[in-house]
Ligand binder design. Structure first.
Ligand code: ZN
Length: 65
């Protein structure tokens, strides 16, 4: 039983939220925009020319440089 528990701990692909962060130079940075209405923790879906919040529906268009 002990071996089974250890195997479960090393299984991957459990958290998708983990992809929203990455470490850069020892600093934790967000790779996805967060919703300004819902606050930190609610990530927005990125599209080709805009980002949108799946929770409240807030949409922000990409700024053209
Ligand atoms: Zn939102």
């Amino acid at each position: 039983m002990a071996a089974k528990a250890a195997a479960k701990k090393s299984s991957k692909g459990a958290s998708s939220k983990k992809d929203a962060y990455k470490t850069e130079g020892g600093k934790l940075v967000r790779t996805k925009p967060v919703c300004p209405k819902c606050g930190p923790g609610v990530f927005m879906a990125t599209h080709k020319d805009r980002v949108s919040c799946g929770k409240c529906g807030y949409t922000e268009f990409a700024k053209k440089e």
